[in-house]
Design a protein around this ligand. Sequence first.
Ligand code: GCB
Length: 589
Amino acid sequence: MLYPRESETRFVKDLSGLWRFRCDRAEEGFAKRWFDAPLRDPILMPVPASYNDITQDVTLRDHVGWVWYETTLFAPASWQGQSVLLRFGSATHHATAWVNGREVVSHKGGYMPFEAEIAGHLHYGEENRITVAVSNMLDWTTIPPGQVKTPPEGPRYPKGFKFQEIYQDFFNYSGLHRPVRLVVRPKDHIEDIAVRTGVRGRDAQVFYAVTLSGGRRDVRVRLLDEKGRVVARGEGLKGRLPVKNARLWFPGKAYLYTLEVEMPAAGRPEDIYRQPVGIRTIKVTKKQFRINGKPFYFKGFGKHEDADIRGKGHDDATDLKDFNLLGWIGANSFRTSHYPYSEEIMELADRLGVAVIDETPAVGLNYFPHGKTFQPDRVGEGSQAHLLQVIREMVERDRNHPCVVMWCVANEAATEEPESVPYFRPCLDLFRKLDSTRPVSIVTCCDPDTCLCTGMADVVCVNRYYSWYNDPGRLDLVEHQLEHNLRAWHKKFGRPVIVTEYGADAVAGLHADPPVMFSEEYQVEMLDRFHRVFDKLDFMAGEHVWNFADFMTRQEIRRVVGNRKGVFTRERQPKMIAHALRRRWTRLK
Ligand code: GCB
C-alpha cells in the first residue's frame, strides 16, 4: 500500500482540520441513517485527534460505542476522469465511511490505514459530504481484545449500565487518529511497489516489484542517490538494480535512495511515484543482532502514541520532539508497543535513522487472573483471523521501511497456555511467508521453562520487572534474579536476548533517599542494577526501557493519573533517570 505522496501526476489533499461530530449515545445513527443528511446539532472535533480529552464531558471521554464525524469538500471539475482515493491513516477501532450518503468503505482494526476509490461518488464542481462512523468497542474478535459488558440491574449497577472491559495498560483512545487525505491520481496508475535490498562487499542490489492498475505492464525505474544523481535504471514490472559503492542505511546514519517509478506514455509520463529506499541487511546469530554485518545493540524504549489533549492523535510537533529526545538521550531504536504507529512516525524513523521493532496490536491476550485466555469463546478463531489480517496489512504498509528491522507478533500473551502455540504459529509463519528479510519476535513475560512460544521466534524478547511487580521494593534482589533468568533464556534457546521492557513508576518530583518505590531515585537505582547485569552478558542484543514517557491508562489503584514509568513526563520533560540514561547510552557502543 503506497503512502500518499505528491508528484507531477499526483495531488494530495489533506482533510485535517475541524470536522463536525456527534456522539451516538442512543445507538440510533445507523437506524436513522445519519449519513443521509448533514449531522444534526454537531459539535466541532479536530482531525486527527482522539476525541476523548477534547471536551469537559466525562460521558464523551468514557463513551462506549459509535461516534460520527462529518466534513465537506469541493471537488473541482478538473478531477473528473481521474482516480480519487479517500484514505484514512487509521480509525480506532471500527469505521464505516460514506460519500454523499453512499457507503464507500468499512474497516476493522484501529491502527492501520484503509482507503476507497470515490471518483464515482463525487459531485464535480460542487460541495461533497463525507461522513464517518467510528466505534471504539473491543470484543473477543478484535485485536486488542475486550468485552463490552451490560450487567443486569441490581444493587451494584443501575438499569442500562454499559462499560468496556479492556486488558491492556493504556487508555482506549478513539477517533480519527491519523490524517485523512484525498489522493487524486491518473485513472491508470501505479498501484503498489515492493522493494528488498541485498549487500555484497561494497556493492548492493535493490530488488523491486511494481503493480499497475488495469493490467498495464509498462514500467521504467530509476534509482537516485541523495544528491539526485541516477545510480541505476531498469524496465519492467520486476527487476534488480545493481548499486556500485552503495551507501548503506544504518541506525544513526540514515541514507535514503529514491526509487522513481514511472508509467511511460507518449509525451509525458502517465504516472510517477517516488519511493524512499534504505539499503541494509539484517541477520541474527546465536548471540548477536546484525545490521549490515555489524553487531547492533538496541538502546531505547517501548513507546506509546500518547500525549496530553490529543491522546493518540498524530501530531508532527510531538513526533519530532520525541525523535529529538531519542537523539538527545543516545537511543537508537524503539518498539511500537503495543500497535503499529502512524506512517508519519515510520517515515521519520527512516529519515532520522532509528531502528524500529514493529509490533502488532496483539496486547492484552492475557486473561489472567480470570482463567484461560486461549479458548474458543475468548481468544480463539475469530481473534486469530483478525490478527492474521492485521499482519497482512502491516507487511503491506511497512515492508519498504528500512527502519523496520524486526516484526513482533504480540506482547505478553498467555504463552504458557498450550493453546497459544496453534494460535501464534500461523502468525509467525505468515510474517515469514510475506517477508523473508526480517526476523520475527514475540515479546513474553513468562520464564524460559514456562513460555511455549519463544522457541518459534528468532530473538528472545522478554519483559522483566524485578523489584517492581516481582518482589516490590527489593532492589537488592534485582541482579541475582535477572542474571539467573537471562542466562537461562540464552541457554535454552541459543539466541540473542533483548529485554524489551524494564522500568519503575516514578512520579516526577517525588524524591526519597534511600530510594523508595515511585520516587525518582528508585527508578535510577533499579535501572542501574539492570544495566550492571546486561553489561556482563555477551548474548544481550538490547535494552528497551519501559517507557519513553508517562502515558494515560484506564483508572485503577496501581496508576496515578496514568502509568508513570516514563523516562520523560507526559509533557516530555526529563526525570532524573533521563540524565543517567543519557550518560550511559552516549558512551555505550
Ligand atoms: C507490561 C506491559 C505494558 C505495561 C507495563 C507496566 O508488562 O507490557 O503494557 O504498561 O508492563 O507498566 O505495567
